[in-house]
Design a protein around this ligand. Structure first.
Ligand code: URA
Length: 234
């Protein structure tokens, strides 16, 4: 692989800046300064860019506590995206594994591993997703059985069985809900079927991964190796 591509893939800077720095002698390969951006390197060469050793990582995996107001996309002409929030390096190949609505907060995974994304998001995998929700309305006990058996939500959605746990019921109710699918606005639509509005929605779990409570909204961290292993076992 070309030296400038290696560095660009790792998101150290943009391609022009990288080329300039290489030409100016700011990059070494195995201890030797290299001034040719097209110099061929392999993945086990030691590359130092502006004094920092840059290891080649083919795949990266993050969890983010998504804040409200950002969209679950890699790029958007108008709105800020979840990928924009990953600022440790500007890799160009990151994307969110699935979607949360713009006003939904909580756990979202971000990676560049297309194969894993494909597997996790394939409908037949039915990864469990657990949410905390605040509902405008009184969530009655009999809804638990309805959610458990599945029900017709609207003309285009027949909800599969899901788990509803009532935390508190009142004018504003609080619930936890686990669904196995992820249709557009699914949870909001499920409550709309009971004439209730979801006023706050936060994803807590995605399959075996739980939102790290130490992450404030907008913060992210790499997945640990055991989290990653558990995800790949699904
Ligand atoms: N269900 C919704 O309605 N919105 C989300 O963001 C996720 C699940």
């Amino acid at each position: 692989m070309r030296l400038d591509k290696y560095l660009s893939d790792m998101g150290v800077s943009n391609r022009n800046e990288i080329k300039k720095n290489i030409r100016h002698g700011k990059v070494s390969v195995n201890g030797q300064t290299v001034k040719d951006p097209g110099f061929h390197v392999s993945l086990d060469d030691q590359i130092v860019y502006l004094g920092e050793t840059i290891l080649y990582e083919e795949y990266v995996y993050y969890m983010i506590n998504k804040p409200a107001g950002v969209v679950s996309a890699s790029m958007d002409k108008k709105a800020k995206t979840v990928v924009d929030l990953i600022d440790e390096r500007s890799r160009k190949d990151l994307f969110p594994l699935g979607r949360l609505d713009k006003d939904t907060v909580g756990l979202l995974l971000i990676s560049n591993d297309g194969l894993l994304a494909h597997r996790l998001l394939a409908p037949k995998f039915h990864v469990d997703k657990t949410y905390f929700a605040r509902i405008d309305g009184v969530v009655e006990d009999d809804m638990v059985a309805k959610f458990a058996s599945g029900f017709k939500v609207d003309d285009s959605l027949e909800a599969l069985p899901s788990k509803l746990k009532i935390i508190s019921s009142g004018q504003i109710s609080e619930v936890e809900i686990t669904i196995h699918e992820g249709k557009f606005h699914q949870i909001k639509r499920m409550f709309e079927a009971f004439d209730m509005k979801v006023i706050y929605l936060k994803r807590l779990e995605f399959g075996p991964i739980k939102l790290d409570e130490n992450l404030e909204e907008g913060q992210y961290r790499r997945l640990t190796s055991s989290e990653l292993e558990s995800l790949k076992k699904i």
